[in-house]
Design a binder for this molecule. Structure first.
Ligand code: FES
Ligand code: FES
Length: 164
């Protein structure tokens, strides 16, 4: 038995046939759609390496069954930034050394983008640390991550005001 679902992934509508209803969104992205920028760390909802945005909300894609997301819009790290241009969050991670080995970074960046869009990043480092606490970094680049989120939040709110 196969299950047909439609997902918009990084702006592209994809018709997908699933031969197993137990396939997670993470495995669908990595193993079937070749979107390997989204990382698999623990595969059990504990590390945040697999964070993507589904209909604008941050989720651990290792915990979401693809079949349950029919019609959803999914944003992954592969869709962040434009032609030859980095997203302001990516720029801020570079400017503030928000990574070392980089394994957790796609999840950190997607989580940061979600957090800023939620309008919750603010300017308090403690609050940012708490709201990013679902994203674990084995290299302990937390100080840089927090600074990057704060700077990106500032840059994006300034851009928003300029565009208004
Ligand atoms: Fe999904 Fe760790 S791989 S939370
Ligand atoms: Fe290495 Fe975070 S940069 S795990």
């Amino acid at each position: 038995m196969t299950f047909s679902i439609s997902l918009t992934i990084n702006g592209d509508v994809r018709q997908i046939e699933l031969d197993d209803p137990r396939v997670t969104l993470l495995d669908l992205l990595r193993e079937r759609l070749d979107l390997t920028g989204t990382k698999k760390g623990c595969d059990r909802g504990q590390c945040g390496a697999c964070t993507v945005l589904v209909d604008g909300r941050r989720i651990n894609s290792c915990l979401a069954l693809a079949v349950s997301l029919d019609g959803a819009s999914v944003e992954t790290i592969a869709g962040v930034g434009g032609e030859g241009a980095l997203h302001p969050v990516q720029e801020a991670f570079i400017a503030h050394d928000g990574f070392q080995c980089g394994f957790c970074t796609p999840g950190q960046i997607m989580s940061a983008i979600g957090l800023i869009r939620e309008g919750q990043a603010g300017s308090d480092p403690e609050r940012v640390r708490e709201l990013m606490s679902g994203n674990i970094c084995r290299c302990a680049a937390y100080a840089g991550v927090t600074q990057a989120v704060l700077e990106a939040q500032k840059a994006l709110s300034t851009e928003g005001r300029a565009a208004a």
